[in-house]
Design a protein around this ligand. Structure first.
Ligand SMILES: Nc1ncnc2c1ncn2[C@@H]1O[C@H](COP(=O)(O)OP(=O)(O)O)[C@@H](O)[C@H]1O
Ligand SMILES: CC(C)(COP(=O)(O)O)[C@@H](O)C(=O)NCCC(=O)O
Length: 260
């Protein structure tokens, strides 16, 4: 079996694949303070709960945007499979042409999502990751990753208001029914919800306009905890929470023969 690990800033996602099928997935909070043994035990216990033994794992592939954790997870992988894992880095084949000034600088989480998206869909693709840090990337019909935008997620909007003011409380992030708030809490909730949604959908709109994308030939995908806040009648946005893990699976297929 293959264990795919997607280490992002807030959550680390795991997917267990048996050939092409994802058998199960789970996530843990990304925590730089956890030791190697603790992390390995956590993975072992969660897998056992899913009736999977660590010894069933033959190969591991990792994407990490947290450099301190890459080394630790490489070590954990070596302990589990007795071989080096595939770590998404510049020498790894992705099947995607990354048209950026310095391709190795692009977050591997953005790459794996783009790989899954372009493997699943033809035409022009916009991939949104609606996490604490939000990214919007554009992949054209020639499978070229043309770059994207990085902006604060809705929880950073919310947190910055609270931190930078004396009187603004922390609020629950949720869809607002009313546009104009009539008290402090509902005003903040409306501000961050409509502000975030308009920012992201505005960016999508700008990409569509600038690259003259046709609706019939364009797929817009979203992943990440805040995806539901973006579902709106203006665009047909498809939610796909498995993009990152599936991207890792595709990249594994392209690179598995190079495993030592
Ligand atoms: N409290 C939690 N503990 C563990 N996993 C969570 C929790 N909340 C959400 N997740 C998982 O994390 C995924 C979302 O992560 P994402 O928004 O991509 O985060 P990141 O900021 O790390 O990119 C969710 O789809 C869910 O599976
Ligand atoms: C933009 C990101 C912080 C998003 O991280 P995430 O929210 O998925 O944890 C990550 O992709 C990253 O560290 N990128 C490096 C810079 C770049 O992509 O150009």
């Amino acid at each position: 079996m293959l264990l795919a690990i997607d280490i992002d800033n807030k959550f680390t996602k795991f997917g267990i694949f048996n050939f092409d099928q994802m058998l199960d997935s789970f996530s843990i909070v990304t925590d730089k303070n956890r030791s190697i043994e603790e992390t390995k035990l956590t993975i072992k216990l969660i897998l056992l709960d899913k009736k999977i033994n660590l010894s069933d794992i033959d190969d591991i592939i990792i994407s990490s945007v947290v450099p301190e954790l890459s080394i630790r997870y490489e070590e954990i992988s070596q302990k589990i499979t007795n071989k080096k894992p595939i770590l998404i880095s510049s020498g790894v084949k992705t099947g995607l042409n990354i048209k950026c000034e310095s391709p190795k600088e692009v977050g591997s989480d953005r790459i794996i999502r783009a790989v899954a998206a372009s493997k699943t869909y033809d035409g022009d693709i916009i991939v949104i990751s609606a996490s604490s840090i939000t990214t919007v990337d554009y992949i054209n019909s020639k499978k070229e990753f043309l770059g994207g935008l990085i902006l604060p997620g809705i929880d950073l909007f919310e947190d910055s208001l609270h931190r930078q003011s004396a009187k603004l409380p922390q609020v629950e992030i949720k869809k607002s029914d009313k546009f104009l708030g009539n008290n402090t809490i509902s005003s903040i909730q409306s501000g961050i919800y409509y502000g975030y949604q308009n920012a992201v959908l505005g960016i999508v709109n700008n990409i569509v306009d600038q690259y003259e994308l046709k609706k019939s030939n364009t797929v817009i995908l979203t992943t990440g905890v805040h995806s539901d806040l973006l579902i709106n009648s203006k665009f047909d946005i498809k939610k796909d929470t498995t993009l990152g893990l599936n991207g890792l699976k595709y990249i594994y297929e392209l690179n598995k023969n190079n495993l030592k």
